[in-house]
Design a protein around this ligand. Sequence first.
Ligand code: FAD
Length: 422
Amino acid sequence: MHDVLVIGAGLAGLTAARALTHAGQRVRVLEAAPQVGGRVHSRVVDGFTLDAGYQVLFPAYPAAQRWLKLDTLGLVPLPSAAVIRRGERADVVGSPFSDPGALGGTLTTRALGLGDKARVAALALRLRSPAPWTLLRGPDETTEAYLRRFGFSEAALDHFFRPFFGGIFLRRELDTSARLFRYYFRMLLDGGAALPAAGMGEVSRQLAQGLDLSLGVQARRLTPHAASVTVETSAGDLEARHVIVATDPSSAAQLTGEAAAARGHLSSTYLHYAAPAPLDRERRLLLNAGPGLIQNAHWLSNVIPERAPAGGHLLTVTVLDLPDLDDEALDARVRGELARWYGAAGVATLRLLLTERIRHAQYPQPPEYASTLSGHATRLPGVLLAGEATSMSGIQGAMESGEKAAAIILGDPAGMSRPRGA
Ligand SMILES: Cc1cc2nc3c(=O)[nH]c(=O)nc-3n(C[C@H](O)[C@H](O)[C@H](O)COP(=O)(O)OP(=O)(O)OC[C@H]3O[C@@H](n4cnc5c(N)ncnc54)[C@H](O)[C@@H]3O)c2cc1C
């Protein structure tokens, strides 16, 4: 019999399994998919390394610092500035402190007025000093309400915050909790964003190293007994003293019967294009502040040439939600929008590698959502929840939830009482 069975090899399950294995527990991880990582994985298509969708690591995440060997992940820092695209117009906006290349553009950009530039600096000053986790406390409101109270203009919201933070929270409406906005802003200030050269899947691979893992095994039912739990799986029954359910929120609700674990879906769609030559030398993220489906686009091979085979270049385009268009029609719409940036002849050289529709990328996190979070306990004795349903919909949230479930099993008071975001 195992001490602990962990269901789900996403970042939550892998972190829980690592913490427990470190502490000497006999742990096995069951994963329904053929690979580890859940939403954080990469694969090679025609020689191009594609992440699941487009996501980045904030190296300042405290849980990432505790559990990842960041120096061996092959992290490539991303420029901290971004380019605001409105048709043919391109303005650089960003932090000249961490990206000297952005200085000229940021001071002269027409995307932000003088007052808004001063307010960005004031916001950074305000959010820089408190302990980051405390930014998840205090009064809550929408991100838009918070930014308006701070005095930001309509133009700043439309030309910078909606395109940029809309891509992080997958909600251009800026109706995500302002506490989360403040926390993520701080994470960016403290460590910027980075990508492992070999793909975000490296994060999961590193966490999975040395663990006892069964891939392609789906957990179907949990039956608690006096001192153990039986897990009915697609590969037969297994028994353990404890079970950690570290699946996506909907599967967690199904397995445990905890309705609060189900948290709804934010969806997003990605188009990965191969190009024989880059249509743009820009290394920064391109934010669409104009009309259209494109939320953002990134010439990933301009930052990480290894993501493309020799002579190839990689562009990944993010579209929010799941547009009601078939792949061909969606590709045509996106090409039409890219043609406003690069001209039709350049866009005709792009070859679509993959269209990826991700139904559950994150869950909605409106103001005060934290007060409705599921705890780790379930009504099933011996069964604990991990996964973002207990915390934040992101890498820090997933990892800290795994840590906490492990701390509960280990009876580790410091781990159990660590605040969210710390
Ligand atoms: C496109 C995209 C962009 C994102 N951008 C960012 C970002 O920039 N920054 C950030 O911090 N976060 C981002 N996120 C969110 C972040 O990736 C997730 O919050 C986090 O990875 C969730 O981890 P998890 O372990 O809780 O869940 P998951 O990754 O969903 O893992 C759950 C695992 O459980 C498995 N499973 C489910 N049911 C069963 C079962 N019955 N039996 C066995 N296994 C099962 C699944 O196959 C899966 O592997 C993004 C996510 C996506 C998809």
